[in-house]
Write a protein that binds this ligand. Sequence first.
Ligand SMILES: [Zn+2]
Length: 66
Amino acid sequence: MSVTPSSGTPGKPENHLKPGDEALAGTPGTGEDLCPDCSGSGKLRDGTECPTCEGSGRITQGIGGG
Ligand SMILES: [Zn+2]
């Protein structure tokens, strides 16, 4: 799966989809979970900010459905 470059505006965490998000935070049927790429640390093994969760360590994903 390729990473889509984010064109969001910095400073606006609301209504901002991180690369690892499946939906906006608060979307019914979704929930916050640890980022699978950095295991919630927000940083990759080499110390750089995790692009998947943008350093938050958490992503929003759909609940259920397998
Ligand atoms: Zn991450």
